[in-house]
Design a protein around this ligand. Structure first.
Ligand SMILES: *Cc1c(COP(=O)(O)O)cnc(C)c1O
Length: 493
């Protein structure tokens, strides 16, 4: 299958590209994104077929349904990375925590956040494509905490790929920082930026348009790609687990064939819930997609009003930092899917120029056929973590935001799956605050130990090991020195 562009074609780009082209060079005409030309239909017989197969077999068949230009061997090699998850047959288990309420745990991969679900196989595919084409790629990542470790892990020691990861110094949890700065692969570079996540992201954006930087890359035959969810190579792997969660409920005899369910997704860049939206369009029996936001309520505001307005909004730092967002990239793919390229281009240009776009009443109605949304705040999240800990289920602060839609948005009494996007071990000080009902400033290390003891749950070995691992990346620099630092790393001064 080929891929087309969300903002239409500028005649300089190809009108349609293959999957491999879309993931190697993810920026499309007019600053748009690539989307599949159509979505394959996977109906009841597909679901039935997979009730007793493995996750990898399900994933393989979904990728084949997209008819992508990656050969079976490469696909299989990429999917074999799920063998490194806690349970290879079921890398993202679905557990019941209450009547009608289930959690799909998406954090059983190497870095303990849902990013591994897609980045693990994506890294394998990107690197094998680069190798086949005999091209060198540089991946630049600005991270607020979870994408960085997952990208470093997937690309470590991969041929033809180098990764530079920028994180805001002081803006991540200890565990997240250590996962990055202890990375010892020679093709990776991790740089702390003096400033917040916005500063890190701005620095990266500046670099992407810097003429000297791009000239030097070109001279040295290094191409730029991306590992964030603007890259469809991540999105395709984020469709699979929604099918998996539905199949898990069937297997557990919690639903009957074709019974509809709610999916609740804690959202930031809208990549996870975009995967769910595609799954629904492909035939998965979803009643509605319920979006959870935190105090950065731009997504819930947009879905409720049809107006995306960031004119008077500032980013707030919350206890669910992976959802702290103002400009959410993947809503563009939703707009394209509902209203087409011409309209999407108008909306995205409005947003760029005026920090706002407004949909009509009819368009908003169309959006709300698929989505509903509500936001919550840190206090609410802490209470939820405490409540479920008493029932012996420890969840992280991102997962906790999902309970708000569960409590307030369901119009029907249907089974509901909430997505747990990070393990509690990544945000243990916040979790311990919730459990102890205090405001203490715990370190990650003491919080991990205390929770582990109190609730008799294991901390994964690779998380424990971080606190005694040597630190490989010590640089904390001013954002103005980034270009020089990266060129140094690439040895192309
Ligand atoms: C990335 C992330 C999210 C947000 O996912 P999007 O696909 O960007 O909407 C939510 N929770 C955690 C823990 C994450 O790492």
């Amino acid at each position: 299958m080929n891929f087309v562009e969300t903002r239409g074609n500028d005649t300089k780009h190809k009108e349609e590209v293959s999957f491999s082209q879309a993931i190697l060079n993810p920026s499309a005409s007019f600053g748009g994104l690539y989307v599949p030309k159509y979505l394959p239909k996977l109906e009841d017989d597909f679901i039935q077929k997979h009730i007793n197969t493995s996750y990898k077999a399900l994933a393989f068949d979904i990728l084949k349904a997209f008819d992508i230009d990656i050969n079976d061997e490469q696909i299989q090699k990429a999917l074999d990375l799920y063998d490194n998850f806690d349970n290879p047959l079921n890398p993202c288990p679905v557990v019941k925590i209450e009547e009608n309420l289930f959690v799909q745990e998406q954090f059983h991969g190497p870095t303990r956040a849902f990013k591994d679900m897609a980045l693990q196989p994506f890294g394998s595919i990107l690197s094998s494509l680069a190798k086949i084409k005999d091209e060198k790629y540089l991946i630049l990542v600005a991270t607020s905490g979870d994408t960085g470790p997952a990208a470093l892990n997937t690309f470590r020691n991969k041929e033809n790929i180098q990764v530079v990861c920028l994180y805001p110094n002081g803006g991540t949890s200890d565990v997240q920082r250590l996962q990055m700065v202890c990375e010892d692969a020679t093709n990776t570079k991790v740089i702390g930026i003096e400033g917040n996540f916005d500063d890190a992201q701005d620095a990266l954006k500046k670099l992407l348009i810097s003429k000297t930087f791009n000239d030097k890359l070109q001279k040295n035959n290094i191409k730029l790609s991306a590992a964030n969810s603007v890259n469809f190579g991540r999105i395709i792997f984020q469709i699979i687990y929604h099918f998996h969660s539905y199949i898990q409920l069937l297997k557990q005899n919690e639903i009957k064939n074709n019974e509809k369910i709610y999916l609740i997704v804690p959202s930031g860049n809208f990549g996870n819930v975009l995967g769910a939206f595609y799954a629904q369009k492909m035939g998965l029996k979803v009643e509605k997609l319920l979006v959870a936001s935190n105090e950065n309520d731009i997504l819930s505001q947009w879905i409720n009003t049809g107006i995306y307005d960031i004119r008077n909004k500032n980013l707030k730092l919350t206890k669910s930092p992976a959802m702290d967002i103002l400009k959410s990239s993947n809503i563009e793919r939703i707009l394209y899917s509902l209203f087409g390229a011409k309209q999407t281009k108008i909306f995205m240009e409005d947003l760029k120029q005026n920090d706002i776009f407004s949909m009509s009443k009819e368009q908003t109605k169309e959006l709300r056929k698929y989505f509903d949304a509500v936001n919550s705040n840190d206090d609410y999240g802490l209470k939820i973590i405490n409540k479920y800990a008493q029932k012996n289920y420890i969840m992280d602060p991102h997962t906790a935001t999902c309970l708000k839609p569960f409590e307030s948005l369901r119009e029907k009494d249907l089974k509901t799956i909430i997505y747990s996007t990070a393990q509690w071990t990544k945000f243990s000080p916040t979790v311990l605050n919730a459990l102890n009902n205090d405001n203490n400033n715990y370190s990650d290390k003491e919080a991990l130990e205390e929770i582990s003891k109190k609730y008799n749950i294991e901390v994964p070995k690779n998380i424990k090991a971080l606190f005694t691992s040597p630190i490989k990346h010590k640089d904390i620099i001013n954002k103005d020195s980034i270009e020089k630092e990266i060129l140094n790393f690439l040895s192309i001064v």
